[in-house]
Design a protein around this ligand. Structure first.
Ligand code: ATP
Ligand code: MG
Length: 519
């Protein structure tokens, strides 16, 4: 069972050690599950699910869920994969039509929601419309996980004794997880990830940060994306360490709960780091070993402010759904971590290729490794474009180069490069300069259609609290710091930038928001 090539390899360590902890603001509160309890609860879930289904749920069935972060969410994921089914966790903030799209695209057989969810819930409405059964999951103090058809009484298991059951039997080639990409550059693509893909990613991440059983990760990212699920949670469990699972990210509770939980690290998107910088940190912050930033570009100023405030290394990593999360990361000290770089390849091969698949200095970042998906679901066109013929490199869609020390530097998404009269301008490079402009706290540059040049550069900036920033000041600053053709023709000063559910910037959406024109 504890095959190192499946997610069940988390049970190869000391099973009496703590695995999952909840906090005072979680539901259920202040619980610690040892690895043995996680195993027992997973087996309990499998039994309950099979009983509800009326027979053993066939291997390969997709089980979707709409659950906030917490014990139930993680256990439903683990148990689903252990019983050789495919977990498809979804964002509970979505609307009915979005949930319908994901349920249909994944061919979901069951939707799991928190017990007590109303019939008016967007997900419940979506599932009913498609004829997908909806089950409610909950927790009871003495027995643990409970399950019922939504609105019914929970299933009973009078003879439950987990020691006697062995329903945990995943195989390396089984698809364990079906997630969609964030949809930053177009329609989200369905990415199946096998146990072997995920196990390799867990191993790579544990190696990068030298995670051990003494490590404890505080989970702030949602478990319905690879960052929270694999980057923060499964990597810790793979190393035999533990995870602290608050129900949701709360900036005002973060530092007190982080300190109480004795966590040694956390991983988040740059937006969250930026928000956390506004709150007081208990001094000295005990136990913290490092902070990880991933999923979007970390501005060098934010990295430096965080390091000054927390006295711990801030390590930027580079990840994507298709790679079961991490591809590159800056290493722990004493090795050098560089701001503005996503670090070194971590257990994957990285090459910079041109359109014809030849190596070049500045080009598309391509990767190869056991953590990479075998291909998108039902999307032959995207698969043909994404894998090079013969050599089987996966094209990330990101542009970048490898510096003299082997560190990867990203210069932007290929689809988002600003092409001004044939001159390709990296929006990421411009954002970094804009962020150095006095008084600017957030910045995003983007392309707008232009009669003369095909595309022209525009930007939007958010001033720091209390700072006065004008369009002319920003343009003047850019004139002094970048070549004239890269200076934004217009700069919008705003209090907020539109972001996706995952905190990412869709430059196309930002452009439409500020210019009022479809790009
Ligand atoms: P879609 O593929 O649907 O357009 P997406 O690429 O945003 O959406 P994800 O898989 O969530 O979907 O994100 C992966 C992408 O996030 C990477 O390809 C890269 O563009 C970006 N990214 C990840 N880490 C970093 C980083 N440290 N710096 C800059 N960009 C990053
Ligand atoms: Mg992508």
């Amino acid at each position: 069972m504890a095959d190192n090539h499946t997610i069940a390899s988390i049970f190869r360590h000391d099973n009496s050690a703590p695995a999952i902890l909840t906090t005072a603001s979680s539901d259920p509160k202040n619980i610690t599950l040892a690895y043995a309890d996680v195993k027992g609860q997973s087996e309990r879930f499998i039994q309950l699910a099979n009983k509800l289904y009326g027979k053993e749920i066939p291997a390969g069935s997709v089980i979707s869920s709409l659950l906030p972060n917490g014990l139930a969410c993680l256990l439903v994921f683990l148990a689903t994969t252990f019983q050789r089914c495919v977990a498809a966790p979804l964002n509970p903030a979505m609307k009915q039509s979005e949930i319908e799209f994901y349920l249909e695209d994944a061919d979901s057989k069951i939707l799991i929601v928190p017990e007590g969810t109303s019939e008016d819930n967007e997900g419940v409405k979506a599932a009913h419309k498609l004829g997908v059964p909806v089950w409610g999951v909950g927790w009871e103090d003495d027995a643990g996980i409970k399950l019922a058809v939504l609105g019914d009484t929970p299933v009973e298991l009078p003879t439950f004794k987990h020691q006697q059951i062995s329903s945990i039997n995943p195989q390396p080639d089984d698809t364990a997880l079906l997630l969609h990409t964030s949809g930053t550059t177009g329609r989200p693509k369905a990415v199946p990830l096998t146990h072997a893909n995920i196990a390799r990613s867990m191993l790579n991440i544990a190696n990068t940060y030298k995670l051990t059983k003494s490590d404890r990760s505080f989970i702030v990212m949602p478990l319905f994306h690879v960052h929270g699920l694999i980057g923060s949670t499964l990597s810790s469990l793979y190393a035999g360490g533990s995870v602290v699972l608050p129900s949701r990210f709360s900036a005002s509770h973060f530092w007190p709960e982080y300190t109480d939980s004795k966590a040694t690290w956390y991983s988040a998107v740059p937006t969250i780091h930026q928000i956390l910088l506004r709150y007081d940190v208990p001094e000295p912050l005990p136990n913290i070993r490092f902070i990880r930033s991933c999923s979007a570009a970390l501005a060098p100023t934010v990295l430096h402010d965080l390091e000054n405030k927390l006295h711990a290394p801030v390590l930027e990593a580079y990840a994507m759904t298709e790679a079961s999360h991490q591809m590159c990361s800056n290493p722990l000290p004493p090795a050098v971590h560089k701001s503005g770089s996503v670090g070194l390849p971590q257990g994957v091969e990285v090459a910079i290729l041109d359109d014809d698949g030849n190596k070049t200095h500045l080009g598309e970042v391509c990767i190869r490794g056991e953590n990479v998906t075998r291909g998108y679901l039902n999307n032959a066109e995207a698969n043909a474009k994404s894998f090079t013929q013969g050599s089987n490199w996966f094209r990330t869609g990101d542009q970048g180069y490898i510096d003299e020390d082997g560190y990867v530097v990203l210069t932007g998404r290929i689809k988002e490069l600003i092409n001004r009269g044939g001159e390709k301008i990296s929006p990421l490079e411009l954002d970094a300069v804009l962020l150095k402009c006095p008084g600017v706290s957030e910045a995003v540059s983007f392309a707008i259609d232009d009669e003369m040049y095909g595309q022209e550069v525009n930007a939007a900036v958010v001033p720091k609290d209390g700072a006065e920033v004008t369009e002319d000041q920003v343009k003047q600053f850019m004139l002094e710091n970048v070549a004239k053709f890269k200076v934004p023709k217009r700069v919008f000063v705003a209090q907020e930038l539109p972001r996706t559910a995952t905190g990412k910037i869709q430059r196309r959406v930002v452009a439409e928001h500020f210019t009022g024109k479809q790009q």
